[in-house]
Design a protein around this ligand. Structure first.
Ligand code: PMP
Length: 445
């Protein structure tokens, strides 16, 4: 997402988006001096949404001055079940007042047992999956780093392939498989032992997607080292909401199997129900070797991540990959509550699919009216506008109308919606209306 000025008064599609220092107050007069004076310039979302948030409930966030914002951002996918979902927070409050274990590295705890039991019973077993669960550090990039390290260890190969416009996180290994050139530059050192290959439809259907890869892997004279793994997002959340087709994912999975390459699905953003099934790859019917999950796994915005691996791949030596904050117990409590609440049957997933159809219809209508294109899958979808500046301007106009909605894509050219999965049809329609008004305001038709 791009940064905006602290006070946007006029909005049009050509607005530049410089990150100007603020004047110490928001438009509503809220005090922002400490942030501007003390916090690093690296902050970015605060520039896009120049207010001070203090409370949140369900699909709404409230600023200190009481302004309510409908949240079509949902913590970048970390708040799939809404803010402070009462049934998820209640067991956490009981856990805290009952002196439950707060920190335990990877020791056995009651909270971890309960979480693993629900994850096994409600997620893995019904899907016929037999993954070992590894707890890396609690963020998405930690799950990816563990996956890359394991793939290299298992295969004894160094190279990893990832896709154009991929996003896998900000630590060096994850950055090495990420596409965005600005983020890659931030590494300050060469990002090696990885290469990018074209994501689904990169050549707009004019070139067979796996033509090059199939040829070079089959040709012992190609000079291309066989990779340890290929890492993929089924929907590129940060990279512009490109969604891979199910048949493309199946072809990728098949190619990996044929050449003994591990397939890693990074489901950090698209997983945990976002696309209408718990894992985003279920629709394609593939079973990756390694899966990365984080964001909404805790159900509450608490940090938690897992790297799932086929049991045969569990060749770790004890402690070979560790970290102080693996296995966040409060997150286990809320994560288990979310699984028990929403994943015992298909009712919740079915409601996500219904909301997705409504959102796609609404955004599709707006896209059509303004020459844009509908992108994405499930409740991870948006509008790619023909002009790079439009999505940012629509996002700013939406903020002024009480909606949080961000942008994505290499040029921030895509308006990206990610409402909570628990949103009601009326709340969803309210957000779509604001986007429609904002697009009309910016584009004037
Ligand atoms: N993978 C994907 C697909 C993501 O979308 C993100 C975060 N946007 C990450 C990894 C990194 O997660 P985190 O920011 O928690 O490190």
């Amino acid at each position: 997402m791009t940064a905006t000025t602290t006070q946007t008064t006029t909005i049009d599609a050509t607005d530049p988006e410089p990150a100007k220092p603020g004047a110490g107050a928001t438009a509503a007069g809220l005090d922002t001096r400490i942030f501007e004076e003390r916090e690093s310039q690296v902050r970015s979302y605060s520039r896009s949404w120049p207010t001070v948030f203090s409370r949140a409930k369900g699909p709404r966030v409230f600023a200190e001055d009481g302004t309510a914002y409908l949240d079509f951002f949902a913590g970048a996918g970390a708040l799939n079940y809404g803010h402070n979902n009462a049934e998820i927070i209640k067991p956490l409050i009981e856990y805290l007042t009952g002196d439950g274990i707060m920190h335990s590295l990877d020791m056995y705890t009651t909270a971890k047992r309960d979480f693993l039991s629900s994850f096994t019973k409600l997620v893995l077993e019904p899907r016929g999956m037999d993954y070992k669960v590894m707890f890396p550090g609690p963020t998405g990039t930690n799950a990816v780093e563990a996956a890359l390290k394991l793939a290299r260890k298992i295969t004894g190969r160094q190279h990893v392939l990832s896709f154009t416009n991929a996003f896998h996180g900000m630590t060096l290994g994850s950055l090495s498989v990420t596409g965005n050139s600005m983020k890659r530059m931030g590494a300050g050192i060469p990002l090696t032992n990885t290469s990018k290959i074209p994501y689904d439809d990169y050549f707009s259907g004019s070139v067979d997607d796996f033509l090059w890869l199939e040829r070079v892997l089959a040709d012992s004279g190609s000079g291309v080292d066989k990779p340890a793994a290929i890492i993929v997002e089924t929907v590129q959340g940060e990279g512009g909401l490109n969604a891979a087709r199910a048949e493309w994912l199946r072809a990728l999975s098949e190619l990996c199997r044929e050449h003994d390459i591990l397939l890693i699905v990074d489901d950090v953003q698209a997983g945990c129900g976002r696309t209408g099934t718990f894992f985003s790859f279920e629709e394609a019917g593939i079973v990756p070797d390694i899966v990365c999950l984080s964001k909404s796994l805790s159900g509450s915005g608490q940090p938690l991540a897992v790297t799932l691996l086929r049991p045969e791949l569990d060749e770790w030596s004890p402690g070979e990959h560790n970290g102080t904050f693996r296995g966040n117990n409060p997150a286990f409590v809320t994560g288990r509550a979310a699984l028990d609440l929403y994943w015992g049957d298909d009712a919740f997933a079915a409601s996500v699919r219904e909301r997705s159809a409504e959102l796609h219809a609404g955004l599709g209508r707006i896209a059509e009216a303004h020459g844009g294109t509908l992108r994405g899958r499930g409740l991870l979808c948006g509008i790619a506008f023909p002009d790079d500046a439009t999505a940012g301007a629509v996002s700013r106009a939406a903020f002024e109308r009480g909606l949080l909605v961000e942008t994505s894509g290499p040029e921030s050219e895509v308006l990206k919606t990610m409402p909570p999965l628990t949103i009601t049809p009326a709340e969803l329609a309210e957000g779509i209306d604001i986007i429609e008004q904002s697009a009309q305001h910016v584009l004037g038709n």
